[in-house]
Write a protein that binds this ligand. Sequence first.
Ligand code: GLY
Length: 396
Amino acid sequence: MIRYFNTCRFAAFIIVVAAFVSCQPAQEPMSGLVKDRLDRSMQQCLLMAESLQNLPDQLPRSINANGELVTSRSDWWCSGFFAGSLWYLYEYQPSQTLLDDARRYSQRVEKEKDNKGTHDLGFMLYCSFGNGYRLTGDTAFRNIMLTGAESLSSRFNPQVGCIQSWGANQKWQFPVIIDNMMNLEFLFWASKVSGNSKYRDICISHADKTIENHFRPDYSSYHVVSYDPVSGQVEKKNTAQGYNDDSAWARGQAWGLYGFTVMYRETQDGKYLEQAKNIAHFILQHPNLPADKIPYWDFNAPPDAKRDASAGAIIASALIELSGYVDPSLAQRYLSVAETQIRTLSSPEYFAAKGDNGNFILKHSVGSLPRNSEVDVPLTYADYYYIEALLRYQSL
Ligand code: GLY
């Protein structure tokens, strides 16, 4: 009798599982999803380009509380991302309109090549002109970037061994933020094109100091490490955009992952690969990483925190590249997470309908929550790294 009941219960269990499985909608194949979202991203970016065409010098930044477009001038650190998105989309599906728009919005950023007051020149110039040069070979773009690389390297202090991120202020004498790892790809490019190894040497020094001082034993990173510019010693370890000094600000972890993946690509030095893998491990095994793999804005933020789509997009793109440098089982793990991130960002929860969301592609990013600035809004860099992740996934 007991065996009869157990058999019945087992059969019932199988029926329930089978019913559950058969009720799940079949997942859209990745190839079709990626193509569709690239097509729709292109439509959205063309609408954005059209809306700004007659606003000289303006570049997209976000939306305000009424859903209206907020723009910036070229000195905002995000000024190059929109042009970069247009170049990526031109690469995906070349057209005269995309080429004209990509050139137009790159040119709006050109004057930043002489800006020695920011470390963000990699974001500004390499995402815009860097992609433009890669795709067109236009020597004018190359010259703009070489000037910019010289401006960026003027912020390197040999005593500290790092590029200074922000200017000195009352709190920090020589602040270096983890985000600064993202400018190194630009300097590697400058070394290769100019034949001058000093830019590459700066990258290696900056990355080595960052390994030494920005990372905790669990491979999460501080946001800001400030140095004494004379002695070169660390003076403070803090945050600016994270939950607190000891927390793991999600985008900071994403910048580190991406930055050390690039360091390995450019040097083939295994210590950078180890660093990237350790950062990936921190992110992927974190108990606060949601099942849909889009992080909260800080891994240590209190429950019900806002998500940061930009961190999800940056991590997805970095993991796809990193998967090419590791053993097959780890590669599979990285790609599986990147696929989940792309699927989540491509869902209606994150992916805006045509003409909505101020003509940005993705919703739900966080700029700086401690300053109550750009919270749960679209941001140009979320769009840029999302498109990059789609293209990288498509070329696997
Ligand atoms: N400071 C660049 C960022 O917000 O990620």
